[in-house]
Design a protein around this ligand. Sequence first.
Ligand SMILES: Nc1ncnc2c1ncn2[C@@H]1O[C@H](COP(=O)(O)OP(=O)(O)OP(=O)(O)O)[C@@H](O)[C@H]1O
Ligand SMILES: [Mg+2]
Length: 288
Amino acid sequence: MTEIRTEEARAKEAREAFLSGVNNNQANTQGVKEIPSQSLSEAHMGKAVFGIIPEIPYAVEEAVNRLRINISFLGSDVKKIMIVSSEPNEGKTFVAMNLWNQMARAGEKAVLVDCDMRNSTLSHKYMISREDGAELKGTTHFLSGSADINEVLMHTQYPTGDIMVNADNIINPSLLLENRKFEEMLDELSDKYRYVFVDAPPLGLVSDAERIGNICDGAILCVRGGMTSKGVVRESIRQLERSGCPLLGIVLNRVDSSKGGYYHKYYGKKYGNYYSGKYYYGSSKESK
Ligand SMILES: Nc1ncnc2c1ncn2[C@@H]1O[C@H](COP(=O)(O)OP(=O)(O)OP(=O)(O)O)[C@@H](O)[C@H]1O
Ligand SMILES: [Mg+2]
């Protein structure tokens, strides 16, 4: 028998899934109370403080700059952009953070939304805290109904750049992603911001990224140079097609420039000239 669930029942389930996920992660859930969702109000938003300001070499900065310019040529309909990859550790968060950062510095109203709800490292990596000293809350808190949008969306040192981190990882975010509230959140953000950059989990084994892609206007696929095989990249492109998410472009990231020829050998002819030429981001050395 098919079970028909109301929107309210689904929201309740999502909330419970979130809380059990938090419990499994041994986070403190005491005092978590429901706050009715309100509309985004810039005046009520807090400010994020970055303990580590992202600093990248000039060549990488230039490559991100070119990516930013290419994105601005995609037209005004492309607003919600998912940054995704086939496998973990290909540089999604690095690319999303730097792209958002450059857009904001160029004066574009841009928001970075952390939608890696199982394994987010963004707030730790950049040592993000709130200027007012309040508890850092993020995507899973908002989607589960335990925080208001204005508690999770934060201004930053960039006047036109805002951020929503994920402050609590959970084991099964599927219900939160399937809930209409997620789609409404991205839609509302795209009304308020010129660009909504969504830092996603890898396409890999779980369907989270496909669900996110389904409600974005397009995806940028990060491919780790010298590591990710052509077959895996092809499968990711198929997954994006299946989810109805247009592929905006491929970033060949973490390329070891000392091993010349990789790009043309593996990707150059296949994906046309959108990323032709020496279009790579930084070296394979990790910038911790
Ligand atoms: N172009 C680059 N140049 C230098 N270091 C990079 C570059 N891209 C990524 N890194 C480094 O590689 C590591 C993995 O990057 P990142 O966390 O962005 O990957 P990810 O795809 O988001 O991983 P996950 O799947 O775990 O979310 C990080 O330490 C990051 O700083
Ligand atoms: Mg990441």
